[in-house]
Design a protein around this ligand. Sequence first.
Ligand code: TPP
Ligand code: MG
Length: 394
Amino acid sequence: MSTATRERAVHQLEFMRGDELQIPTYKVVKQDGTPYKGAQVPDLDQALALKIYRSMARTRVLDERMLAAQRQGRLSFYMQSTGEEATTVGFAAALEDDDMIMAQYREQGALVFRGFTLDEFMNQLFSNEQDYGKGRQMPIHYGSRQLHYMTISSPLATQIPQATGYAYGQKLAGDKRCTVTVFGEGAASEGDFHAALNMASVLKVPVIFLCRNNGYAISTPSSEQFAADGIAPRALGYRMHAIRVDGNDVLAVYAAMQEARRLAVEENEPVLIEAMSYRLAAHSSSDDPSGYRSKKEEEKWREKDPLVRFKNWLLKRKWWSEEEDSALFERERQAVLEALKAAEHRPAPMVDEMITDVYDQPTAHLTEQLEQLKAHIRRYPDAYPKTSGRIDHG
Ligand SMILES: Cc1ncc(C[n+]2csc(CCOP(=O)(O)OP(=O)(O)O)c2C)c(N)n1
Ligand SMILES: [Mg+2]
């Protein structure tokens, strides 16, 4: 019986711990926008480069405005992706539009790149009647069937084995598409991560695992999460291609994802990419990082702003100017505010929608509970304004 191992006999007692493994970090351009010596800048035209930059800018502005809206009490919850825009936009830019994305919750940049509109963001955030999830999820749980973006789910790492399974389906269908699943280094501590990698490697599945190593899982620094050299070496244990990239260098992320996609789709080789970055904002609107990390540490990373780095590259190429930059940010602020104002005044979904879409026919106990709820709302109409308990009073 085969053990699927390759034997090499030795006669000295020696254990291995992987210390000799030191995975390098792939970088293309420096913070000032000049390419590193010997680095090959990926071949992308001005239109794509500007689409990437505008998507990063929109993501930055959306995050700033929506946290402010949360602080004003207009929104219950929000999660910013500040500092990680090069990773979340750069990977999406290297994909085909109908490759599947199964993300964690901090990847709004990919949705922006794919064309999820500000209205679509706002409808989800405000749980109004135009929200695709019909108001049944917390803010930031976006999803879009049209944009091949699986709806976010809160329990960590569930999307990782789902991505392997989905990509296996793509392989069986022969449709030359791949699935990219994105997750934090914290989520990589879940068993689901390991099951997904092993299955992908054994079945040779066109899936790309993109780990955003942003230094923290809420308040736990990565130094307290794992003893090894990050997440990338784990792929080697499953005999899978792996690369570590500078997650603040959008050109490095783009180039790595482009090659990963080729390996996945052309050769059915799954790939793990570890993108090194830093979560500049709080974990969520409910978190305050001042209790577990220093301002000095944050400042150090603020100097590595991925937007500035890419802008510097664009400026050097004369594909962009400071004037265009100021105008872009001003336009984005206006557009976000307008979309916000429109969405917060749209009516809530009807209460009846609460039990649709799960079963073909709602079960008897769900129907009974819904009737009880509606009777309760009719009895106390003042406690349920139009914005929450919308029922047909007829
Ligand atoms: C199974 C599970 N355990 C715990 C949580 C609570 N939780 C939400 S986010 C988070 C940290 C995740 O960190 P990481 O994967 O590094 O992503 P990041 O927030 O840094 O982007 C935790 C522990 C959860 N949502 N699901
Ligand atoms: Mg993290």
